[in-house]
Design a protein around this ligand. Structure first.
Ligand code: OGA
Ligand code: NI
Length: 348
């Protein structure tokens, strides 16, 4: 549940040492708020940005590029009204009485439909719950899980199914553009991620927080799958990406999706495209909602290098692994700043 509705959280918050500790952590990482008119200096807008429909192969920034490896796309083909409708219905879900959302509350990762709270473990302090609530469920194939979705708000199932269909089309496009950007055939990445990908959504609700300096909305992480498509409400900032040790705030661009490359894309591309470290901070005055759609291999998929990307100058950076192994490593690092793909790096 939201931190401010959680009595346990209220009682334990904020002990004095917790305050000092968090102030210390956050003073270590400079939070840079980018000014309104300086977006283009750092926001990486790939060529697909300005097309009526993304058609250009995706070109990642080079290693020397100062821009973070994250992009925002507009003209993506998902109708604006549909995006607004899905944000509205998900917001309504988070505004239901806590007892109603509590039926989905679980710590069991294997549950298909779940509400949970992110947390981070700090040495000497223990678990610190993030200032957010997440609702997660699959987005495809709908017949497998729709009956598990909320019936309140009443339009949830219908709106979500329509949104999922549109996002499915977008993912196909993105996967093929990324493949072509790597010089591969357009179906290569999709094939490598496997015929039955794990398609999951995560709605993250960040209530307004009286003192954002003292908490986090979502801890620093890299997404685990191949690509994430994130929709966020307009006018409230929260998402930040790290670049050269500095946190940069990603202001929501109207009608845009944030596209995050995740760990499996970095591994499959042998490091040509980087998965980006990101986090969410909280906002003092306004609640914020983001809706992430993820395209992830299933457990049986073997993630191995694409031979066409390997040569003398580009020796393999990662060993082959099954996605199940990756997930085991992922859960092993629970509560810490995860470095999962690093466990599969080959020593040079
Ligand atoms: C995520 C995520 C960031 C945000 O769901 O993986 O990084 O802005 N969300 O809510
Ligand atoms: Ni993420």
């Amino acid at each position: 549940m939201y931190p401010q509705e959680d009595n346990k959280f209220k009682k334990s918050c904020p002990p004095f040492n917790w305050y000092i500790f968090l102030s210390f952590i956050f003073s270590q990482t400079e939070t840079t708020k980018i000014k309104e008119n300086s977006h283009t200096k750092w926001r990486w807008l790939p060529p697909i940005m300005n097309h009526a429909w993304p058609t250009h192969p995706f070109q990642g920034p080079s290693c020397q590029d100062k821009r973070p490896n994250l992009s925002e796309i507009i003209n993506h083909g998902v109708p604006k009204e549909l995006c607004q409708k899905v944000l509205a219905v998900v917001t309504e879900f988070f505004q239901l009485p806590p007892e109603e959302r509590a039926q989905y509350l679980t710590k069991n990762h294997s549950k298909q439909v779940k509400v949970f709270n992110y947390y981070q473990k700090y040495d000497g302090i223990g678990k610190v719950t993030m200032w957010s609530e997440t609702f997660s469920h699959p987005w495809h194939p709908t017949e497998d899980f729709t009956h598990l979705l909320p019936t309140n708000p009443p339009q949830y199932r219908e709106v979500f199914a329509e949104y999922a269909r549109a996002i499915g089309v977008l993912f196909d496009r993105l996967l093929s553009l990324i493949s072509r950007g790597l010089g591969l055939d357009k179906d290569c990445l999709k094939r490598r991620i496997g015929e039955k990908p794990g398609l999951n959504t995560q709605a993250n609700y960040y209530p307004a927080c009286p003192d954002p300096e003292l908490t986090m909305g979502m801890p620093d992480h890299n997404d685990l799958g191949s690509i994430a498509v994130l929709l966020q409400v307009e006018g409230v900032t929260g998402l930040q990406v790290i670049k050269d040790g500095k946190w940069l705030t990603v202001d929501p661009v109207p009608d845009a999706f944030v596209i995050n490359l995740a760990d499996q894309t970095q591994v499959l591309s042998n490091g040509k495209f980087k998965s980006v470290g990101h986090r969410a901070i909280t906002n003092k005055l306004l609640p914020r909602l983001s809706l992430g759609m993820f395209y992830t291999p299933n457990n049986d998929t073997v993630i191995g290098l694409v031979e066409d990307l390997i040569d003398e100058e580009n020796p393999p950076e990662y060993r082959k692994y099954s996605f199940k192994e990756y997930m085991e490593e992922f859960y092993k690092q629970e509560g810490k700043r995860r470095r999962v793909k690093e466990a599969f790096e080959l020593q040079r």
